[in-house]
Design a protein around this ligand. Sequence first.
Ligand code: UDP
Length: 240
Amino acid sequence: MSAPVYKRILLKLSGEALMGDDSYGINRDTIARIAGEVKSVVDMGVQVAVVIGGGNIFRGVAPGAAGMDRATADYMGMLATVMNALALQDAFRRVGVPSRVQSALNIEQVAEPYIRGKALRYLEEGTVVIFGAGTGNPFFTTDTAAALRGMEMNADIVVKATKVDGVYSADPKKDPAATRYQRLSFDEAIQKDLKVMDATAFTLCRDQNMPLAVLSIFKTGALARFVAGEDEGTLVLAQC
Ligand code: UDP
């Protein structure tokens, strides 16, 4: 594998990525596979910070949460991301990747609190830092947490790892003629009304000139190829 073109990345993993083909929860083989994909870039010498979502767990409780006060439901969602962060840390341990969990909500028996300076130090040591509990505030998403932490960590790029291998001109499941964008500018993504990340996260990245990428975490080796500068996924930049 060639030398990495990014020294430090912020990887956003949606909670739903962890459920594999299951309808909710954490799929053991899937999380192991994801840990392996992350290990491949850690082995290249890339510093990796992860923001993990919670959709896989929150989906399971969603019927019970219907009609619930929004802020309460959002706190439940944030706690779900902490569960995923712990599961991910365990999966990293199994493949020999050192990692730390930092939580935006204080639950010190479970995870250390988010402290920017400490997180930066871990990254410099080659330890993966997993950020749980999103931004710590209701009414936000983990996409926004990814944009925020990406900037705080001085990451070179925010990589959104999903089930789809990039941003397409149309839904590739519905339109066989849909094509993948290799590169996009922030303005083009807005003009074409392409959904890259949620609007708050997207605006934050655009305002701060933080490059964004979308790729599939299920395509074996895609993350490592992307980090090596190869054509994988979609890259969104201020200008392209
Ligand atoms: N959430 C929140 N504030 C944050 C991040 C997340 O309130 O800063 C809550 C929100 O309810 C969200 C849930 O946590 O629906 C799970 O996060 P998200 O939907 O972003 O996870 P993903 O879809 O990536 O699995």
